[in-house]
Design a protein around this ligand. Structure first.
Ligand code: SF4
Ligand code: SF4
Length: 435
């Protein structure tokens, strides 16, 4: 569909009353203080693009990418404008006029093919394990990498050797009486960077009567593509995911990744496929999608065993933007933590303020991302917790980097890991088993 005809562009631009509310809550504007990077400035820019008063040039794209896609502006806009959707549509429109071979290779070839993506991560693991990464750093070879990558490659440390898919079966039967058949949307980052989260997810779901199926042909959720001007590829990925899940008779589709659940939810599926022949199937698919924490509280009502011999631990929780802003899920992860024996939940200030990670943003805008991260880390340090919990692998990666930059010792966990651990502790298993 033509840019001007896209529903957000056609229907939403005229609703802006120039009030500036979006500007007052934007974490990027708070750092840069320039109207061109403010959400209201983005709305103007999209309007000018639509009217042809600015051309779809790379410099316009660069302005628009000074944005975390955190949706804070959208949920605070009194006119109900989905500012981040306008921004995504504009990025895609501009990208089509300014294609890049490197970007096509990354997002169309590698990131649409799980095997290629896995090999890329394996290569990164090999570089770390053999010391090549630090040698490359010392020799200045990493400076040859594009954009902010030379600085940002420090974020990608601690890559596990084996992906989750290598460690868990495609079908895990329910333990005890079966209640539900659940499709597990195992996102790329959980699979390749946080396999322990995937193992804990399957452990908790199967203990609570779920048969868990991971479709073999599942693809990336497409959110990195939307953020990088690749809306058409994201559409294609969504269609392929419909196909991958269609062959199973599932009661629910759950994911432990906030970005994946927001990408697969009704609103985003409507953005991608709402005007296509796949609209009805996308709607039915999205109706089954649930973030793991929501599913554990509202559908399974999980109650970890009260006799778990878990040690006391202070946990502070960071709200991922894609869970809190995109889906309004803030109570469920906290409720889950409160139900775990031994866990004391300590709130940090501004828990729902973006950590600055936002998927690829920390790689493309490293310095700005670190400025935003520093504010988050101040609040984390002040909470004086043992562990930092969050529900998004991108936030986990960013916060781990924040912990390391400050020389702190806090581990990063998904609440489901503590839950799985509580189940295991009730049987006298080793404390570290689920972490
Ligand atoms: S908050 Fe909404 S209406 Fe107000 S300036 Fe921003 S986009 Fe326009
Ligand atoms: S999505 Fe977040 S970073 Fe982007 S303009 Fe809105 S508030 Fe600012």
């Amino acid at each position: 569909m033509e840019f001007k005809e896209l529903p957000p562009v056609k229907e939403q631009l005229m609703k802006c009353v120039r009030c500036g509310k979006c500007r007052s809550v934007c974490p990027v504007f708070a750092e840069i203080g320039n109207e061109t990077v403010a959400p209201r400035g983005h709305v103007f820019m999209v309007q000018m693009l639509r009217d042809g008063t600015v051309a779809p040039e790379q410099k316009v794209y660069d302005h628009l990418t000074n944005c975390l896609m955190c949706e804070t502006c959208s949920i605070n806009c009194p006119s109900g404008i989905d500012i981040h959707e306008l921004n995504a549509a504009a990025r895609s429109y501009i990208y089509e006029h300014n294609p890049s071979l490197a970007k096509d290779l990354i997002f169309d070839t590698m990131w649409t093919n799980p095997a290629y993506l896995k090999n890329a991560v394996r290569m990164a693991w090999g570089a770390q394990a053999s010391g090549a990464q630090s040698l490359g750093r010392k020799l200045g070879l990493t400076k040859l990498l594009p954009g902010d990558l030379p600085k940002a490659e420090k974020i990608l440390t601690g890559i596990p050797f084996r992906s989750a898919r290598k460690q868990v079966p495609a079908v895990s039967p329910a333990r005890g009486e079966k209640k539900y058949t659940v499709g597990y949307f195992l996102g790329c980052a959980t699979d390749l960077l946080n396999p322990e989260v995937a193992k804990a997810t399957i452990d908790v779901l199967t203990r609570n009567g779920c048969e868990v199926i991971i479709p073999a042909d599942m693809k990336c959720c497409g959110l990195p593509h939307i953020a990088n001007g690749k809306m058409k590829t994201a559409q294609q990925l969504a269609i392929e995911n419909l196909k991958a899940f269609r062959q199973y008779d599932l009661d629910y589709i759950v994911t432990d990744c906030a970005s994946c659940s927001s990408a697969l939810a009704a609103k985003n599926m409507a953005l991608l496929l709402g005007e296509t022949e796949h609209r009805d199937e996308a709607r039915a698919f999205a109706a089954k999608v649930m973030d793991l924490t929501y599913f554990l509280i509202h559908i399974l009502d999980v109650r970890p065993p009260a006799n778990a011999q878990a040690p006391k631990v202070r946990v502070t929780y960071h709200d991922p933007c894609h869970l809190a802003n995109a889906q309004g899920i803030t109570d469920e992860p906290r409720e889950l933590l409160r139900r775990i024996p031994g866990v004391e939940l300590v709130e940090m200030t501004d828990a729902n303020r973006c950590c600055g990670g936002s998927g690829t943003f920390s790689i493309t805008h490293y310095d700005l991302s670190m400025q935003i991260l520093d504010k988050k880390m101040d609040n984390i340090e002040a909470a004086d917790a043992d562990l930092i919990a969050t529900c998004c692998p991108s936030c986990m990666m960013q916060l781990r980097h924040g912990v390391s930059r400050r020389g702190l010792q806090n581990d990063l966990v998904h609440p489901v890991q503590l839950l799985s651990q509580a189940y295991q502790m009730s049987k006298g298993s080793e404390m570290k088993a689920a972490l």
